[in-house]
Every structure is written in structure tokens, then in C-alpha cells.
Write a protein that binds this ligand. Structure first.
Ligand SMILES: [Zn+2]
Length: 329
């Protein structure tokens, strides 16, 4: 994985390669854009390229030399990768993940020493929007005076959550989702069967779509059966128990997508644009009889339920509560 980028990242790759060849590579980069477009892979590939002793023609790492082997093993002394972690003494099952000041201090002292291999020193800070304030402040100093041959790469899908002081010290590089045809071609090459549906559900992000395999699609069928019960003259309530089997992070987020689709149809959306495009006809039936105020109230209810998810709620009660409201839209 150290010597690849995705086909839709070529422009960004070439841009950085030219900078590096002209010795104009900045000391700090901010890679941002929607989730699931491959920013982290890109950051690692860039790091691999800077550390490799004999890069190949397109500038990517050779994957063979001693440096590349250290990178692949995760033991290269001049490559640091920071990711958000739970608090040390946390016993919570769903701890809040942050990048804390100790991690930035440790990184700082590592970057303050000379390169172990007489080459570049690279630090990747993944999900950089999870930096706590003190850590972001400590990082500022590094971003201002990183030292020679040092590159700090911040990666985030939420750049607005980073302090402007940190953002302004980085050169920002934007990553977009690829066009539909390119995304579908890539998903096909990964052996994803229902690629078009998966891509729709993933809001166009190919790496998210790639995770939507069979089990996901079965779960989705479970949910759609329940939500479309009314179109068959049934009540959705009888499905509550089945829905307790849905994955926690998935089920409620999908329900939000379905509700969003109803809103879109209420606003008379034509053509493309529904997340659940394959259920357009049934959704239209539901939208026709639903009241727009109640749809918005339901949307709020789902959002509140998602926020409360950390609290131990009985899943069956949770779904019964939601389905009663859904049937009354
Ligand atoms: Zn190499």
C-alpha cells in the first residue's frame, strides 16, 4: 500500500511531485475532502515516496529498498503516524478518540532530532480534526519551524474543525470523490457486485462503497422491508425485533437517509438525487401521504436517537419508538 494512489488522485500526486522535484515542497500539508476518497492512502504513499531510495518513474516508492521495507513494516524511524486514541484510563466501550498533547510533544521531540537515515522526516496526523486544543497549539510551533527536510501531513474530512491558526500554516490540497464512471470502474475492479447501489448509498465515496458488501445489502433489505411496510398495507411495527439485528452505526444512519429521501421527494426532486434510488417508486408513495412537518420532526427524532446511542437503550424499544412515528408520517 506504500506505493499506490487511486486513479482519481493523479492530479494531486503530480502537483506534489513537481513541487518536490523543484525543491518547493512545503513543510506542512493539509489533505482534505470527503470521507472515503483515499486521503490516508495518499498520505502514506507520499511519505513512502519521500523516504524511498529509488523511486520509480511516476515518483512512487519502489517497495523494494531497505527504506520501503521499514515503511511497510511500520518501523521506519523517520516516519511517524498519529491517530486519535482513547484516554489512557478509559473503561468506556465507546470512548471519545482524540489526539492529545502527549502525542504531539513526543512527535515534537522526534522531529527535533536529526533524521535517522539522512533523508526526509515525515509525520502523518490522521483525522487531524480530533486534535484537542492544547495539542493543536503545541503543533503550531512545529508547523512554524519544522526543520529542514521535514514534512507534516494533516489529513481530515472536516477541515473546518481545525483551528484556523493550524490550517493557515499548511498548504491545503483538496480531494474530491471521483466521477461516477471512474468510481464504478474502480469498484468493479475490486469485485464489488452491486457497485452502483453501493456507490449511491456511500454518497459517491468509493472506499465507503467498497465496504458495502453482501451482509450490508442484506441488512439494508431488512430495513427497507420494514420501512416500506405501509406500501403493502402492513404496519412496520412488527419488524422492530428484526431490526435490532442491524449494526449500530449503520441502521440509524440509513434511517436518516430514508427520511432525507422523503424530504427530497416532498420538494419535488426530479431525476437523480435519492440515496435509495432503487426504491424511488415506493418512496414516492410514502411521500405522497406523508406530512412534511411530521417528516422534519421525525428527522429530528432520528438525530436525537443517534446522539443518545452511547446510552444503553433497549434496541427493541428504540426501534418500536421510531417505527410508530414512521408509520404516522
Ligand atoms: Zn524504495
Amino acid at each position: 500500500m506504500n506505493n499506490m494512489i487511486y486513479s482519481w488522485q493523479k492530479q494531486q500526486w503530480d502537483q506534489l511531485l513537481h513541487m518536490q522535484q523543484a525543491k518547493r515542497l512545503p513543510h506542512a500539508l493539509l489533505l482534505y475532502g470527503p470521507q472515503g476518497t483515499g486521503k490516508r492512502v495518499f498520505a502514506r504513499s507520499l511519505a513512502g515516496s519521500l523516504l524511498c531510495q529509488q523511486t520509480v518513474e511516476d515518483g512512487s516508492a519502489c517497495g523494494q529498498c531497505s527504506q520501503c521495507r521499514l515503511v511497510a513494516a511500520g518501523t521506519h524511524p523517520d516516519l511517524s503516524v498519529l491517530v486519535p486514541t482513547p484516554p489512557k484510563d478509559s473503561r468506556s466501550k465507546k470512548p471519545v478518540l482524540h489526539i492529545r498533547i502527549d502525542a504531539i510533544r513526543e512527535l515534537g521531540s522526534k522531529l527535533a532530532t536529526t533524521s535517522q537515515m539522512q533523508g526526509y522526516r515525515v509525520a502523518i496526523i490522521e483525522t487531524a480534526d480530533r486534535l484537542v486544543m492544547q495539542a493543536a497549539n503545541a503543533l503550531l510551533k512545529r508547523l512554524e519551524e519544522p526543520g529542514a527536510d521535514t514534512l507534516i501531513i494533516l489529513v481530515t474530512s472536516n477541515p473546518h474543525r481545525l483551528p484556523i491558526t493550524a490550517r493557515s500554516r499548511c498548504q491545503s490540497i483538496r480531494f474530491n470523490s471521483p466521477g461516477k464512471a471512474e468510481a464504478l470502474a474502480w469498484l468493479g475492479s475490486q469485485g464489488i457486485k452491486k457497485a452502483e447501489l453501493a456507490l449511491n448509498l456511500a454518497h459517491g465515496a468509493p472506499l465507503v462503497a467498497a465496504r458495502y458488501e453482501d451482509e450490508y445489502l442484506q441488512n439494508r433489505e431488512l430495513l427497507s422491508n420494514a420501512l416500506l411496510a405501509a406500501t403493502r398495507g402492513e404496519s412496520s411495527l412488527s419488524y422492530a425485533q428484526k431490526l435490532t439485528g442491524l449494526p449500530k452505526d449503520g441502521g440509524l444512519a440509513w434511517l436518516l437517509d430514508w427520511t432525507g429521501d422523503l424530504v427530497r421527494l416532498k420538494h419535488g426532486e426530479q431525476g437523480e438525487g435519492l440515496v435509495n434510488e432503487d426504491f424511488r417508486e415506493s418512496l414516492q408513495k410514502l411521500a405522497k401521504k406523508a406530512d412534511v412537518t411530521r417528516i422534519f420532526a421525525f428527522y429530528d427524532l432520528v438525530c436525537r436517537t443517534i446522539r443518545q446511542e452511547g446510552i444503553a437503550l433497549n434496541p427493541q424499544l428504540l426501534w418500536e419508538n421510531l417505527l410508530i412515528s414512521w408509520d404516522n408520517l
